[in-house]
Structures are given as C-alpha cells and as structure tokens.
Design a binder for this molecule. Structure first.
Ligand code: NAD
Length: 336
C-alpha cells in the first residue's frame, strides 16, 4: 500500500472474518453488556460487510450479522416469544442516505407523498410491554428479535412504567420503548465506585441494560431507571389510530412517557434541520441519544412498505457521529 501497490483481498475470506468479528462484538455488547470496541467502530465493520454483500451477493447468507437482530436471551430468565418480531433499523450516516431512503419510499408508494415522525434514537435497552385490562402484565427484552427475556419483575420497579393505565386504553395493549439509566444516576454510581476504589462502569447504555438483565429487582429499583415509549403495536385485537403520531398521543393519554422532542415533518430538509438541532442539543438531556429515527407516519403506508430482512422499510435511523472512544472503553473495567 505504501508504494501504491494494491493488495487483493478475497472478499469471501474478508466477509467470513467480518462475520466472526461482528458476532464476537455483538455477543459482548448484547449478551454480556460489556463491549470492547466503540459503537462507531462496530458500525464501520457492519457497513463494510453490507457493502461486500451488495458487491458480491455470494457473500450473503441468512446467518449474516446484517440479516439478524443480534443478542440471545440469557439463562436465568424465562424466555418469551414476541408475537411480532422486534426488528433493527436501517442506518443513515449522511444527508444523501436520508435522501436515498426518502426516494426509495416514494417509489415504493408509487409516488404518493408521506408525512414523517422524527424522534430521538435513545441509546438504551429495547423492551416490549403488554397490558391486559389496563394492567401491566409482561415486560420483555428484544433478545434475538424473535425471543426475549421476561424481565417483568425488574420493569415493575421503573417508575415511568405505569402499572395501571389511565384514560381509555384498549383491553389488549402492547407498546415498545427504550429503558435507560439516567446520566445523573450513572454519574452517581461511578462517583461512589471511585470513592470505594472500585473499577468504574463503562457507559450508561450497557450498565442500564445490565441493570434490567439481572435477577434482583431491588438493584433495578435503586438505580432509578426510566423509559421512553416510542410505539404502539397493532395486536390485531383492538383497532389502532391511522397514524403513528396519533398513536403516540394516545399512549401519552394512557400515562406512558413520550419524548416531548418528537415532531412531525414533511420534507428531507426538515429532517436534516431536526437532526442538526438535536445533534447540537445532545448534551442537554439526562440520557444518551445516538441519532434520530425517522418513521413514515401512516400505518397503512407502513404496512404496504413492509420489512426487508431485519429492518422495516418505513423507518431509518440517522446516526449522530460516535463520541465514545475505544481507548476509554478499554481502559475501564466493564462490570455490572
Ligand atoms: P439499531 O441501531 O438497528 O436500532 C434499532 C433499535 O433502536 C431498536 O431496537 C430500539 O431499541 C432502538 N430505538 C431507540 N429509540 C428508538 C425510537 N425512537 N424508535 C424506534 N427504535 C428506537 O439497533 P441495534 O441493531 O441493536 O444496534 C444498536 C447499536 O448497538 C448500534 O449503534 C451499534 O453500534 C451498537 N452495537 C455496538 C457494539 C459494540 O461492540 N460497541 C456491538 C453491537 C451493537
């Protein structure tokens, strides 16, 4: 490379190597709650694999980390099947990616226009909550997207999760959202550990995920976990509103915590303005966000767009530039 010599790398061998690396890092991140590389680096490896799979379709197999939601339900928890898979999101890293997504959606909708809802992409742990007759029945992690862990006992201690709903909720209700460890709680925990001379926790995301995925609800309660709810699932039992925005307003009236920064938008320019504003404000909040999520508002349009692999076609995550450095992660002993 130093003298302009190109080294030919076998794309199939490189794809295999990337599979192994990504699987290892996904296991550390999702199952151990203890990553060893930064999210930016993980996303770069995943993007390289994606590009290889587009360029050399023979590299693509159903087990590829680009095709599956990573993570596995841990021992010690009852496993629960998700009635509807809990998916991942396609990523955008620049305005052009958002433009390309918007064009693709317009084409798939035969040129119809569509309204969008933009939200913060909260860097926490995805969970699904089930309510029956207005009462909290079950809370589960995303796991591998098909099967998650029953963490109801821990989620019952999260104060922003209503145990009994207000307003006029349907008999059967399923919502999804992100549970997270507030930054002030995280800082307090690390100050205490520093005082005791104990190794510091690496980051709020993995400490929070570990807090929900441990067996003692007293530990969860003591850490003041919080939740933002970002979707109402269509269980097919009760009718749901025609648009995602309206679903969020309904969820708010039932007592769920809905992020007040959510906004409806009509154009890519508005999406980019929202992104710039959120990026400049990312240090104002008591939680971490790693980007914004843009969703097609109409549920009918969402249904007609459907899913590609592990990602709904009707949503895209526009990621903020990564902030955590590997060195920092490697220098801190990761522990829950
Ligand atoms: P993703 O980036 O594909 O996004 C899907 C997730 O976004 C959902 O499951 C949901 O939990 C979350 N989300 C947050 N706010 C949302 C909102 N408003 N609406 C809808 N969904 C929302 O998720 P992923 O595939 O689990 O990857 C998550 C991140 O994990 C990536 O940024 C990746 O870098 C990181 N990761 C890091 C490592 C590592 O070793 N550092 C390993 C694996 C994954």
């Amino acid at each position: 490379l130093a003298f302009g010599v190109r080294v030919a790398i076998d794309p199939f061998a490189r794809a295999r190597q990337l599979h192994l690396q990504l699987r290892y890092h996904a296991d550390r991140y999702y199952n151990e709650d203890a990553p060893v590389i930064g999210d930016g680096q993980y996303d770069t490896l995943l993007q390289e694999l994606r590009r290889l799979e587009v360029q050399f379709p023979g590299c693509l197999n159903p087990d590829s980390p680009t095709q599956r939601v990573a993570g596995a339900p841990a021992d010690g928890f009852t496993q629960v099947e998700h009635p509807m898979p809990m998916l991942s999101l396609a990523n955008a890293f620049a305005r052009e990616d958002v433009e390309a997504w918007h064009r693709r959606v317009t084409d798939l909708l035969d040129g119809q226009s569509f309204r969008m809802v933009a939200e913060l992409k909260i860097d926490g742990l995805a969970v699904r909550l089930t309510y029956r007759d207005g009462r909290f029945l079950l809370g589960a992690t995303r796991g591998n997207g098909q099967t998650g862990e029953d963490v109801t006992h821990n989620l019952r201690t999260v104060r922003s999760i209503p145990l009994t709903l207000s307003g006029r909720p349907p008999t059967d209700l399923e919502v999804r959202g992100e549970v997270y460890l507030p930054l002030d709680s995280f800082r307090k925990m690390n100050e205490e550990r520093e005082r005791l001379g104990e190794p510091l926790y690496a980051n709020p995301r993995n400490t929070g995920a570990g807090t929900i995925r441990q067996l003692d609800p007293k530990v969860t309660e003591s850490r003041n976990m919080q939740m933002w709810v970002y979707s109402l699932n269509d269980t097919g039992v009760a009718p749901i509103p025609a648009g995602h925005w309206e679903c969020l307003q309904n969820l708010k009236s039932y007592g769920f915590r809905i992020n007040p920064l959510n906004r409806t938008l009509d154009t890519v320019d508005e999406v980019c303005d929202f992104y710039d504003e959120m990026l400049s404000r990312r240090h104002e909040w008591n939680y971490e966000a790693d980007g914004i999520v843009v969703k097609v508002d109409s549920i009918a349009q969402q249904n007609s767009l459907g899913v590609a692999g592990r990602e709904p076609r009707w949503a895209i995550a526009y990621k903020f530039p990564a902030e955590r450095s590997t060195t920092r992660l490697l220098n801190i002993i990761i522990n829950v």
